[in-house]
Design a protein around this ligand. Structure first.
Ligand code: NDP
Length: 288
């Protein structure tokens, strides 16, 4: 079997084209979707992510305001800035790029963003809604992964889903989304014993580990759908996933490539969520 590649570049383009239309309609109503992206410090990877988000937003007509703070900003100061954007009705989404410097609690900052403007979907209120199967704002990476299943009509209900990794931004919300779609879900992590015994049971295997080429051909059930979330640099500085792509492509039925798989979908979902929040703001105004 040679796996069919799930093309995130193509799918994200399709989604962005649809978003452009929605932004046009909003603009006719006098609303410009606005996203505030806050970057603290000089983390090189974070700078690249922020730049990519800015470019993607501009393309669909979302206005992004990039705010940069020095790495020695205090938690109190940062909280005050967030409060200001929470209260600004022209702002529809607020995102604070993680990781933050040590003196700032990521949890406090995440909780300070109004859940209605939490485009990343990391606020505990939004995570709670997701786990209760009544989502308001969804974490972008797992939300992006769900789009592949919809687009390619890959069934989820009743399937064995195994997720490797339990981070708050990928593994845990991914588990909730799969459960909400009637899958039987297993979440594995660094303390899991005999990991391969679990992964080999997976009809759908999702790798969010952060280790280059960690999942090998022999860890995968023939015919499985394999989603590779990893973004790791190998010895030569090349971007590689958590899945050993060449070998796994020989047994999987579908596979997301790296690059060009999950990555572009994450950004597309951030844009989608910002537009959705702007649309909601129109509905709220109309209701008043
Ligand atoms: P984290 O480091 O927060 O989490 C990694 C998870 O993998 C942890 O739950 C950890 O277990 C688990 N893990 C580590 N080693 C093993 C092991 N040997 N066996 C089983 N489980 C293990 O990473 P993230 O979730 O933030 O990211 C995962 C990967 O996805 C990274 O490569 C990251 O760059 C990428 N990523 C890609 C995105 C995209 O848009 N494409 C977006 C976000 C992330 P434990 O909890 O026990 O420590």
């Amino acid at each position: 079997m040679v796996a069919k590649l799930l093309d995130g570049k193509e799918l994200s383009k399709e989604i962005r084209n649809k978003l452009e239309q929605r932004v046009k309609i909003l603009k006719e109503k006098g609303i410009i979707p606005k996203l505030v992206v806050i970057l603290v410090g000089e983390d090189e990877a974070s700078k690249v992510y922020v730049r990519n988000k800015h470019r993607a937003a501009e393309k669909v007509g979302i206005k992004t305001i990039d705010i940069k703070f020095p790495k020695n900003i205090t938690e109190k100061e940062l909280l005050l800035h967030i409060k200001k954007y929470n209260e600004d009705n022209s702002v529809h989404g607020i995102l604070v790029q993680l990781p933050l410097p040590k003196q700032i609690s990521e949890e406090k900052i995440t909780c300070a963003i109004e859940p209605e403007k939490d485009v990343d979907g990391f606020h505990p209120v939004n995570i709670g809604h997701l786990f209760m199967n009544n989502p308001h704002s969804l974490p972008c990476t797992p939300h992006g992964i769900m789009q592949f299943f919809e687009k390619y009509k890959l069934p989820i209900a009743g399937k064995n889903v195994v997720i490797v990794g339990r981070s708050n931004i990928v593994g845990r919300p991914m588990a909730a989304m799969m459960l909400n779609n009637d899958a039987t879900v297993t979440v594995t992590h660094s303390k899991t014993k005999n990991l391969s015994e679990f992964t080999r049971q997976a009809d759908i295997l999702i790798a969010a580990v952060g280790r280059a080429s960690f999942i090998k051909k022999e860890d995968v059930k023939p015919g499985a759908v394999v989603i590779d979330v990893g973004m790791n640099r190998n010895g030569e500085g090349k971007l590689v996933g958590d899945v050993e792509q060449k070998g796994v492509a020989e047994v999987a039925s579908y596979l997301t490539p790296v690059p060009g798989g999950v990555g572009p979908m994450t950004i597309a979902m951030l844009m989608e969520q910002t537009v959705k929040f702007a649309e909601r703001s129109v509905q709220i105004v109309n209701r008043k």
